[in-house]
Design a protein around this ligand. Structure first.
Ligand SMILES: Cc1cc2nc3c(=O)[nH]c(=O)nc-3n(C[C@H](O)[C@H](O)[C@H](O)COP(=O)(O)OP(=O)(O)OC[C@H]3O[C@@H](n4cnc5c(N)ncnc54)[C@H](O)[C@@H]3O)c2cc1C
Ligand code: SF4
Ligand code: SF4
Length: 435
C-alpha cells in the first residue's frame, strides 16, 4: 500500500505487540517507524517454545509476522535504537532516536555468520535466558529481523579477527570505529509497546535461584524445551546433565506478593506452567510433574480445557500451597520443596530433581526514563498508565500517545495482539483527525 502523505506513527518496542501495531498502521497506508532497542525485533515471544492454549509452535506464528514487518514498504525498522527526546511540534511530535553503534555496516553484512566462528570471546547468551554462550559478534537468534550481525562493545576486545575474516570473504562489513548516530523524525502519533521483563527471581532468596543449579526460571525451561535452544530440546539438569524424573513448578513468584511490591496477578504464569508441564510430559514420558499453586487462573478461551487435560490426560499433580522454601541436598543436587498445603493446613516437604520458578511479569528496564521523555505517567505498578482503566485502556493521558501489550499490564499474546490492533486504529484515527 502506498504511503500516506502525512505524518507517520512511531512504535516503541518490537515485540509481538509492536510488530502487530506496525503492520496494522502500515496497512492503513501510514508510515510506521518501529524502534527496538535490541538487535532484532521479536521480543519475548521469540524465546518461547510452544504457545498456550493450542500448543502451537511459537516461532511458526511469530516468524512470518517478523518477515512481513521487515518487508512492508510502509514500515521502517530501527533496531539497536532508543528514543532519546520527544517534543510536541504542531499537531505531532518531533522525535530524536539514538542508533547505537553495531560496528557493522548493515548494507554490507550478508548474515553469513563466518565472523562469529572466529571470534574468541564468549558471553552468556541472553536469548537463551543465560544458558549457553554466544560470541561478542552475534545475531540473537537465527530468524532475527534484520539478519545482520552486531558487535557487543561491552565484551569485544577489538582483536579484529572478525574484520579480517569478513574482508577475506569480500564483504567488508565490520567497522570497529562506528559512533552513535541520531535520527530525527516527525510523527503524528506514538504507540508504546515496550513489553515486560520477567521478575528477578533472585529477590526471592528462599527459593535459591542462582545458588542451586537445578532451580530454573520458566523462561530457561522454555529455552531447554526448544529444539532450537541450547540443548537442542533435550531436558537436562544443569548440575549434571541427567534427565529429571520429578519436576516441580512454583507459582506466583513475584506475583500476588506484597512482600516484593508485586501485588498484581501476572495472568500468564498459571497457563504457561500448565503448558510447560504438558510439554515436559511429552518430552520425557516418565517424568512426574507437580505444580504448587495459590489459585489456578484459567480465564481465557480454551484455557480451562487445557488445565483439565493437564490433570486427566497427562497426570500432572496440582498442589494448593504457598512454597515457603527450597533447599538443596548437596550430594545429589536434588531439591526439597517445603510448602504449606492450604487445603489441609499441614506443612509438606517433597523431593524433586528440578524446580521451575513461574516468575511474574514486571515493568521493563528503562520504563521510568521513557515515561519522562514522553511525559506519560506510570501506574502504581510501574507499567504505562492508561487514560481510563474502565473504558479507554489503549490511550494514555497524553493526547496522541497510545499503549499496547504488556507495556500496559501483564497479559498473553492474544490479548497483546488485540490491543496492538486497537492502538494502531486509534493512532491512525488520531492522526487523520488532527490533519
Ligand atoms: C515463561 C513464559 C512463557 C510464556 N508463554 C506464553 C504462551 O505460551 N502464550 C502466550 O500467549 N503468552 C505467553 N507468555 C507471555 C508473552 O511472553 C507475552 O504476552 C508477550 O511476549 C507480550 O508481548 P509484548 O510485545 O507486549 O512484549 P515483549 O515480548 O516484552 O516485547 C517488548 C519489546 O520492546 C523492546 N523494548 C523495551 N523497552 C524498549 C525501549 N525503551 N525502546 C525500544 N524497545 C524497547 C524489548 O526489547 C522487546 O523486544 C509467556 C511469558 C513467559 C514469561
Ligand atoms: S559481519 Fe561479515 S562475516 Fe560477519 S555475518 Fe556479516 S558479512 Fe558475514
Ligand atoms: S574484534 Fe571483537 S567481535 Fe571481532 S572477533 Fe575480536 S572480540 Fe570478536
Amino acid at each position: 500500500m502506498s504511503e500516506d502523505s502525512g505524518l507517520g506513527v512511531l512504535i516503541i518496542g518490537g515485540g509481538i505487540a509492536g510488530i502487530q501495531a506496525a503492520l496494522d498502521v502500515a496497512d492503513q497506508g501510514v508510515k510506521a517507524y518501529l524502534v527496538e532497542r535490541t538487535p532484532s525485533v521479536g521480543g519475548h515471544m521469540a524465546m518461547l517454545d510452544k504457545t498456550f492454549p493450542t500448543l502451537d509452535c511459537a516461532a511458526c506464528i511469530l516468524t512470518p509476522k517478523m518477515v512481513d514487518v521487515g518487508r512492508h514498504p510502509n514500515v521502517k525498522i530501527l533496531t539497536y535504537s532508543e528514543v532519546r527526546e520527544v517534543k510536541r511540534e504542531g499537531d505531532g511530535f518531533e522525535v530524536k532516536i539514538l542508533k547505537k553503534p553495531r560496528n557493522i555496516d548493515m548494507s554490507k553484512c550478508t548474515g553469513c555468520g563466518v565472523c562469529a566462528r572466529y571470534c574468541p570471546i564468549e558471553v552468556p547468551d541472553d536469548f537463551n535466558a543465560g544458558i549457553g554462550f554466544r560470541k561478542a559478534i552475534y545475531v540473537p537468534f537465527p530468524q532475527a529481523v534484520p539478519l545482520k550481525y552486531t558487535i557487543d562493545e561491552e565484551h569485544c576486545i577489538k582483536c579484529e579477527l572478525c574484520k579480517r575474516v569478513c574482508e577475506s570473504i569480500g564483504a567488508q562489513a565490520v567497522n570497529l570505529n562506528q559512533t552513535p548516530e541520531y535520527v530525527s523524525l516527525n510523527v503524528g502519533a506514538i504507540i508504546i509497546a515496550t513489553g515486560y521483563k520477567p521478575f528477578n527471581v533472585q529477590q526471592e532468596k528462599a527459593y535459591g535461584y542462582g545458588k542451586y543449579s537445578n532451580v530454573l526460571t520458566a523462561l530457561e525451561l522454555e529455552r531447554l524445551l526448544s529444539a532450537a535452544g541450547p540443548t537442542a530440546g533435550h531436558i537436562l539438569r544443569l548440575s549434571d546433565g541427567s534427565i529429571p524424573k520429578r519436576v516441580a513448578f512454583v507459582q506466583c513468584v513475584g506475583s500476588r506478593d506484597l512482600h516484593h511490591g508485586y501485588s498484581y496477578c501476572s495472568r500468564v504464569c498459571c497457563m504457561y506452567a500448565i503448558k510447560d508441564g504438558i510439554l515436559l510430559k511429552e518430552h520425557l514420558h516418565d517424568v512426574d510433574v507437580t505444580i504448587f499453586y495459590m489459585d489456578i487462573r484459567t480465564y481465557g478461551k480454551g484455557f480451562e480445557e487445557l488445565y483439565q487435560r493437564a490433570k486427566e490426560e497427562f497426570g500432572i499433580q496440582f498442589k494448593r500451597g504457598r512454597v515457603a522454601r527450597i533447599y538443596e541436598i548437596p550430594e545429589t543436587h536434588n531439591l526439597i520443596v517445603r510448602a504449606e498445603d492450604t487445603e489441609t493446613g499441614k506443612l509438606v516437604e517433597e523431593e524433586f530433581d528440578a524446580v521451575v520458578l513461574s516468575a511474574g511479569l514486571a515493568p521493563p528496564d528503562g520504563i521510568t526514563e521513557l515515561s519522562k521523555i514522553l511525559g506519560v505517567p506510570l501506574d502504581e505498578y510501574g507499567f504505562i498508565k492508561e487514560a481510563d482503566r474502565k473504558i479507554d485502556t489503549i490511550s494514555t493521558p497524553v493526547q496522541g500517545v497510545f499503549v499496547a501489550g504488556t507495556a500496559l499490564s501483564p497479559k498473553d499474546v492474544p490479548d497483546s495482539v488485540s490491543e496492538a490492533s486497537a492502538a494502531a486504529m486509534k493512532a491512525v484515527t488520531f492522526l487523520r483527525g488532527s490533519k
